[in-house]
Design a protein around this ligand. Structure first.
Ligand code: GZL
Length: 332
């Protein structure tokens, strides 16, 4: 039974539950198989702490007792696996496709196929190229350029009185992902603005600790012995962990009086490292997007039109903002 009829049954169930005082979307009666809203979800992978938290947020919201059947596919960081998963969801005639696109391009045919099948596509986290704007219904994610600008503003304020050279190493995330493109653009603009900043190296960390450790170790081995490094701009926390390991193994101090490590995501492990003084700035990128995605789906179920873009609220943290109790209360 397609969801429009289900929607009516669901509305009736919710009305019943509201009368019975059951909060939220919990229902007094368990939804029948036909009433479940079927969601095909294609997740990038499990490459980072952020990604794991993002997946957990989706699985916590889209449960059967809340009226959903979640078909979760882990693409293991390969776009071809995402494309195959979407095609499978189309064959299964799911009600919605939720896609965390690994990159902005390469979606031409598969998004057209979903469109022709009449299945709404909801993008989560990263974006796809503007040329696909009419092929997805809504996007829930972060403003990555703004995240980068927050970091650049902090770095420039911290070094505004320095006239000598400021040596920077830039570790990028997955090439072509919206997070990488936005965070990179902000740093490159800051390098343009500050003539005394020198980019020593731009490395591909692919948002993973292992790849960053490897790339950073090679990079440090190629720099002149004792080369000054002032800032390492890591496009996510797991890259920061890999960079810190390589730097310390090569005799560098991370933190006060040493290298300023900049990191994005601000997961619990990163905030702990920031509190310890090893990470200078943690820029939040909120992975807990499940509730916002559910709002989009419920708007569509009710026949409404969701906003095309919904952005998470995000902030920055330095050591002074943090305490063990604050970190313990964080949800990711
Ligand atoms: C950002 C997300 C990025 C995270 C990384 O929204 O796309 O991908 O910053 C993750 O940790 O791998």
């Amino acid at each position: 039974m397609r969801r429009r009829v289900i929607g009516a049954a669901l509305a009736a169930g919710l009305l019943l539950s509201a009368c019975s005082g059951i909060s939220g979307r919990m229902r007094a009666d368990a939804p029948t198989e036909e009433e479940l809203i079927v969601i095909g979800l294609s997740q990038v992978g499990a490459e980072s702490d952020w990604r794991v938290a993002n997946s957990e947020s989706m699985k916590a919201v889209f449960t059967e007792d809340r009226g959903y059947r979640l078909l979760f596919d882990d693409a293991r960081q390969k776009q071809e696996n995402q494309i195959s998963a979407i095609r499978k969801f189309i064959q299964q005639q799911v009600d919605y496709i939720v896609l965390m696109p690994i990159s902005e391009t390469g979606w031409d045919s598969v998004l057209q196929e979903a469109w022709r099948a009449g299945i709404p596509v909801i993008l989560v986290d990263r974006m796809v190229d503007k040329s696909y704007d009419n092929l997805y219904t809504a996007h829930v994610g972060s403003d990555f350029l703004q995240e980068g600008k927050l970091a650049a503003d902090w770095m420039e304020t911290r070094r505004r009185d320095e006239e000598g050279p400021v040596y920077v190493i830039h570790i990028q995330g997955t090439q072509g992902s919206t997070a990488q493109l936005g965070r990179t653009r902000a740093l490159e603009a800051a390098l343009e603005r500050n003539g005394n900043w020198t980019l020593l190296a731009q490395l591909d960390g692919d948002f993973t600790q292992a790849k960053t450790y490897e790339a950073m170790t090679v990079c440090l081995g190629e720099l002149p012995p004792g080369q000054e490094i002032d800032i390492v701009y890591c496009e996510n926390d797991n890259e920061a962990f890999g960079a810190i390991q390589a730097l310390e193994e090569n005799g560098y101090i991370c933190g006060e009086g040493g290298v300023d490590i900049i990191s994005f995501d601000a997961t619990r492990n990163c905030l702990t490292s920031c509190l310890e003084g090893k990470i200078a700035l943690a820029v939040e990128c909120n992975p807990l997007l499940g509730p916002k995605v559910e709002e989009v789906i419920q708007t569509l179920e009710a026949g409404g039109t969701p906003d095309k873009h919904t952005y998470a609220e995000e902030q920055c943290f330095t050591r002074e903002d943090l305490s063990e109790s604050f970190i313990a209360e964080r949800k990711y």
